[in-house]
Design a protein. Structure first.
Length: 182
């Protein structure tokens, strides 16, 4: 839980926690909606009191409060149920199982296990690298290329830059002709 504490503190302003965790569009929508309703509530209550109907300042204040509560509720739910740190032990076990299946030549089992892992944490660069290697091994060149590129796009994918570059070069190279029998 200590790694999730800074994210929980960001719930003070709706949208910050979502932006911090990579959900930029949702975060911007929540932040903009909350800021707009909060500004309307302040302006209608304290600045232009005669410009708004009698019930609108209360409505805007209630709407701002509901936006804040909804954003906080969503953030707490996400931290409790969906945050990758909560699933770290399961993710590590799935990665070990996928590697074991790969090394035993059980490609389909390895692929399914890696896909389950990525459903828990789509930002796991190691799992994407393993999945791309599996696709390359099973001659699914287009899937391998796109998965390697997806791995590079992740923050943790930088450590795989050299390996991905070599793998992409190997995928782009023409296939070697089969050795001729003498």
């Amino acid at each position: 839980m200590p790694r999730r504490l800074p994210i929980a503190l960001l719930t003070v302003w709706p949208g910050l926690a979502q932006i911090w965790t990579g959900q930029e569009v949702l975060g911007l929508i929540l932040a903009t909606g909350f800021a707009a309703t909060l500004n309307l509530a302040i302006v209608s209550k304290f600045l232009w009191t005669e410009a708004f109907a009698a019930g609108l300042p209360g409505f805007f204040a209630t709407l701002a409060a509901l936006t804040w509560v909804a954003a906080c509720g969503y953030t707490v739910w996400w931290l409790w149920r969906r945050h990758p740190a909560r699933h770290r032990e399961a993710i590590d076990g799935l990665f070990r199982d996928a590697c074991a299946a790969y090394l035993q030549g059980r490609w389909d089992d390895s692929r399914r296990t890696l896909e389950r892992l990525l459903a828990l944490d789509e930002t796991d660069a190691d799992a994407l690298m393993q999945l791309a290697t599996l696709y390359q091994r099973t001659l699914q060149r287009d899937l391998a290329r796109s998965t390697y590129r997806q791995c590079l796009d992740l923050e943790g994918g930088a450590k795989w830059r050299w390996e991905v570059g070599r793998a992409l070069a190997a995928l782009d190279a023409p296939p070697e002709p089969a050795a001729q029998a003498a």
